[in-house]
Design a protein around this ligand. Structure first.
Ligand SMILES: [Zn+2]
Length: 471
């Protein structure tokens, strides 16, 4: 059996791993994840790069979760001739129905905007390229086959698949593949996907797997530890209480899927525990609204504590005034609220979407607070705010930054180094090989070293992109 790492090797995006083996004398190939590279021109080039084999050669795809960096190139793969099934969990499938068409839409609006600017003589350099159309996104969805957590299915003679909850986002899965290749004994390959942080809100703890021959583990935070949830709560209570006391608004930029629901649950839970007073919360992002409804729909897949918070809120609906903004007019009406509102909106890095309007409206007033809850990439508006910009340019206008800017750490959807180690310690016997992927080079290298030293595992590999490894 051979594994080729086509992405998420030396970086955190573009997860796609090809597994090649011989079954019944026939070459079989499948992919685990088929994600998009994100961030900058280099990512665009990698997204357009042809595969080192024909898409028609792929028998099936196993998808660990719906995040675009794991799923975002599936429509392109299907459009290029992959006709097989895409196995995913039920919640991942529902999230894909939101995320893939949205991704197609975003790509096309980027192209349209660039073309308009080029016509007006305001665009230099190459135009962006749309990787697939809305129709192609729909076609990929038609190839999805849903598999419940904990159910094992035979994908073909010699390969069985089981999903276990990875505790990362709704529907996220660890993929367990039992493979019996010609002339060899059964081997168990465990792909971690993205592993969630134990003891966090909403998602259950990642499932512990006790046996594997080959492990492919993520390492996003392989070199650091997160703040505790208690510290995160204390920071949030402090900002909310002081801003409400001075009659300001709180604006929280948040990714629509995952982070928005996490913040909502955290705020509601703090009200339930009498640590915050009655709150007025507006969620202003159509995608966040859809993802929040999905989270309610998959209530049984949430952790026990979040289920009881949710039950409590159902029985005490007046404790939090929670409203989902439907249209642009309603969104604009929020501009009239001068104090006492918590506005959660996307995009998470403040570069696009309705959040930009809320920032323009709320940044100039000193009694308001902006609460940053996620990673802000270099060059993004969110990063400029974190880096204490005193003014920013929004919609061609200079906007003074007088509101206070707060960064609340500790809400990561990824396990930290201790969490990853704890998950790996679940394997009772050292696997034959461990591949450390999905991390910046430093994070993967540090985690690899810690696995060798603390767990005493010998064969720990940090794979290089496009390289093939026998296992
Ligand atoms: Zn993810």
């Amino acid at each position: 059996m051979k594994i080729q790492f086509l992405g998420a090797a030396g970086e955190v995006t573009g997860s796609r791993h090809s597994v090649e083996l011989t079954l019944g004398g026939r070459k079989t190939r499948f992919m685990v994840d088929f994600g998009m590279f994100q961030g900058g021109r280099e990512a665009t080039a990698k997204n357009l790069e042809p595969l080192p084999f024909s898409p028609k050669e792929i028998d099936f795809v196993v998808l660990t979760h719906a995040h675009i960096d794991h799923s975002g190139l599936l429509p392109r793969l299907c459009a290029q001739g992959f006709l097989g099934p895409i196995y995913c969990t039920d919640a991942s499938f529902e999230l894909l129905k939101i995320l893939l068409p949205d991704s197609a839409h975003l790509q096309h609006s980027d192209v349209d905007r660039a073309e308009r600017r080029q016509k007006a003589g305001k665009w230099r350099g190459e135009l962006p390229v749309a990787l697939y159309s809305m129709e192609e996104a729909e076609l990929a969805l038609a190839q999805c086959e849903v598999l419940a957590y904990g159910k094992q299915i035979e994908l073909c003679k010699g390969i069985n698949l089981e999903f276990q909850n990875a505790g990362h986002i709704l529907g996220s899965a660890i993929a367990i593949l039992d493979i019996t290749e010609d002339q060899s004994k059964k081997k168990r390959c465990v792909f971690s996907g993205d592993i969630g942080m134990k003891g966090r809100l909403l998602m259950p703890n990642p499932a512990i797997i006790s046996q594997a021959d080959v492990v492919i583990v993520e390492s996003t935070y392989g070199d650091r530890l997160h703040k505790t949830l208690a510290d995160t709560e204390a920071e949030l209570i402090q900002v909310v209480t002081s801003t409400m006391n001075t009659h300001g608004n709180i604006v929280i930029p948040a990714f629509a899927v995952g982070r928005t629901q996490e913040i909502l649950f955290l705020l509601i839970d703090l009200v339930r525990r009498n640590l915050l007073p009655h709150l007025s919360i507006w969620v202003d992002s159509p995608m966040a609204t859809a993802a929040t409804h999905l989270t309610q729909h998959f209530f049984a897949q949430l952790d026990q504590e979040s289920q009881s918070t949710f039950e409590w809120f159902k029985n005490n609906p007046s404790a939090v005034d929670l409203r989902f903004i439907a249209d642009v007019d309603e969104s604009k009406a929020l501009n009239k609220i001068k104090g006492g509102a918590i506005i959660i909106s996307a995009s998470g890095m403040c570069d696009a979407g309705r959040i930009v309007h809320h920032l323009k409206n709320n940044l100039p007033r000193a009694q308001n607070a902006i609460v940053i809850t996620g990673f802000q990439a270099y060059g993004s508006l969110g990063r400029r705010l974190v880096d204490k910009a005193t003014k920013v340019r929004l919609f061609g206008e200079e906007v003074p930054v007088r509101a206070s800017i707060h960064t609340i750490g500790g809400l990561s959807a990824h396990a930290d180094q201790a969490g990853l180690l704890e998950w790996l310690q679940g394997f009772e016997v050292a696997p034959q090989s461990v591949f450390v992927v999905h991390g910046e080079p430093e994070a993967s290298a540090v985690l690899g070293e810690v696995i060798r030293e603390e767990l005493g595992w010998k064969n720990v590999i940090i794979p290089e992109r496009l390289h093939t490894y026998a296992c």
